[in-house]
Each structure stands twice: as C-alpha cells, then as structure tokens.
Design a binder for this molecule. Sequence first.
Ligand SMILES: Nc1ncnc2c1ncn2[C@@H]1O[C@H](COP(=O)(O)OP(=O)(O)OP(=O)(O)O)[C@@H](O)[C@H]1O
Length: 252
Amino acid sequence: MTTSPAIQISSLARSFGSTQAVAEVSFSAEPGRVLALLGPNGAGKTTTMRMLLGLVRPDSGHALIEGLSYAEIHNPAGRIGAVLDAGGLHPDRTARQHLAITAAMIGATPERVSQMLQEVGLAEAADRAVRGYSLGMRQRLALANALLGEPTILVLDEPANGLDPAGIRWLRQHLRGFAARGGTVLISTHVLSEAALVADDVVIIDRGRSLLSGALDQLTTDRDLEQLYLSMTSTSTTPTLDDTTIDQETLR
Ligand SMILES: Nc1ncnc2c1ncn2[C@@H]1O[C@H](COP(=O)(O)OP(=O)(O)OP(=O)(O)O)[C@@H](O)[C@H]1O
C-alpha cells in the first residue's frame, strides 16, 4: 500500500498578470519532520503556501495534503493549521475572544482555548484587547488559532517574524516538539541560522522555481546553509567592496 506524503507540491505554477509568481515548484514534506522553504523576497514562497491552502488557484500543477486538495478535505482545521499573516486581528477583541470564535466554527471546546493560550504563553494577556499586543504576541495568538483544531500539519509563513530571542527559541522547541509527536511542519523563513537549527529538510526557491530540496544534514556536509543558499540564489542585497563607492568625506 502506498501512502501519500503529508504535503506534495508537484510542478506548481501561477502567474498574476505578467508576473510569474510561481513557475515550477515541486517538493514534498513528511510526517515527523520540519521543512523550511527558503528563498529571496518575491521568490514565490507565500504564493506556494497560498495554493496549498486553497487561497489561490494554480495555473498548473498540484498542491496536495495527504493526497487531497484543500477543498476536498473534510474538517480541514483538524488536518492542517496555517498562519500566513499574523495581522487580520480585530483590535478590540481579546486573544480569548479571537480563539473562542474559531473554536465555535470548528467545534473546539473552551478548555481547548484555555489550553492553547497557556501553550503559546498568552494566558496572562488572554483577556486584554489585541490592540496592545506586540508583533510577537500576535504571532503567538495566530499560532494558537492554527493549533486549536489539533491539526497534524502546520504551515507557517515567516513564523519567527517579530519574536524576540526567547520567543524564537520557544517557537523552535514548539515546532520540534510538534514534529517529534509525528506532525508535519512547513515554514518559510529568511533567517538561515534559525532554519539550520529547526529544519530537517530545506527547499530553496528562486524566481518561482524550486532549485534544490533535501535533508539539511546531507546538503550541508561540505558547506553551511548560508554558503549553499547564496550559491543557489540570484539576489544578494549586500554590496561588496568592489561595487561600493566609498565616500571619503563620510569616512573622515
Ligand atoms: N495577488 C498578487 N497579485 C500580483 N502579484 C502577486 C500577488 N501575489 C504575489 N505576487 C507577486 O508574486 C511574486 C512572488 O510573491 P510571493 O509573496 O509568493 O513571494 P515570497 O517568496 O513569499 O516573498 P517574501 O519573502 O518577500 O514574502 C512577487 O513578485 C509578488 O509581487
């Protein structure tokens, strides 16, 4: 018997007008592992995730969750939890109210809401309006929301964005724990040092194409992730001395 990968992306493509956001992306993510999607700004990471979550229709190719498109999944909240944007929160609502609304929609209990608030470290702030929340607190709330339905797959776009060092370590431990319990994690990140710590597998995307995918330890036997990434991708925003004109006046 063959079982479908938790996530399978095959020859995915999508254009917006004349912009080819995703040209040819293929990879798969497996249970018990964390996969990090890496690539420069505009590489097509978010669009790939949006296609997986049924928010954008592919022009061609497939984005499947355990063999099904998102629209075909019965009870998606119990299968896949996602955070694409930690915004979109109502400023006057508390964290508990936000989670209670999701809980009512997916059939989760108030106990589960309290458990998630505790788990993401928002128990004390749970009854404060989110207008006073930091970006990191919003990320934690968004993660709690994604976890409410007890999914086995997590899809997170830039989840470390806005977290302080302790928050980043907390997130890493959380994602590792989720994978250790048999879950599948797909994240996108620009922070290569964090990807190197949290990921089992990486996919490098550039200009809408997946250029490389595989187990991190196998891909980095002779160079580190940063060297690998910079050798594969086209854009480097850091000027080198060769292409920098040093203004002698400003040096004085
Ligand atoms: N709805 C849209 N309409 C028009 N262009 C879009 C749309 N969504 C994405 N794009 C374009 O598609 C390309 C890929 O965008 P995408 O957000 O997928 O990249 P990304 O890898 O997630 O980038 P970043 O790391 O900056 O978040 C970009 O050029 C972007 O401007």
